[in-house]
Write a protein of this length. Sequence first.
Length: 187
Amino acid sequence: MLRSASSNAAVSSTCKSHGLTQREFRQLRDSAVAAKDTAYCPYSKFRVGAALLGPSKNRDGDEDEEEDEQENGEEDEEDKIVTGANVENASYPVGTCAERVALGNAVTRPGWRRHARGGFRALAVATDVSPPASPCGMCRQFIREFCSMEMPVIMFDKKDQYLVLTVEQLLPSSFGPNDLPPPDNAE
């Protein structure tokens, strides 16, 4: 169901359902829209931006770590979000989607790898089309590798309307890291 991002009631309901604050929701939307402006898409002209929300600083209850990060200036509100945009190539299959750029950026970012495999809280995707475009199949599988099945993917269109689906809803009956045998048991 499409919702309006300008409706406080819709945003409040979405946030309550997915454990987000309204500030985080708006930061995700604004970051995905801003990332869209950095897309390199001279062939398709189809701009996509993505924004990935990392865990809350005190999500694990480690207040000492939070204080250390604040004193050292290592993390502030903007450090909770990592972005990406689509990057095309004249050899079309070589292009990379915004969702995979954002996830790759997050997983390789110092201090963020520990959040891979379920620690990310939400992913926003923004496009210039209406209704909102959902992640492609390859991106859905890539999202599945690093995010929990309950994590919301919030898709925004050009009219500031949005649709929210969980990873499970985007990729039901998926294959993921837990489906592989441990390295010691591989035959």
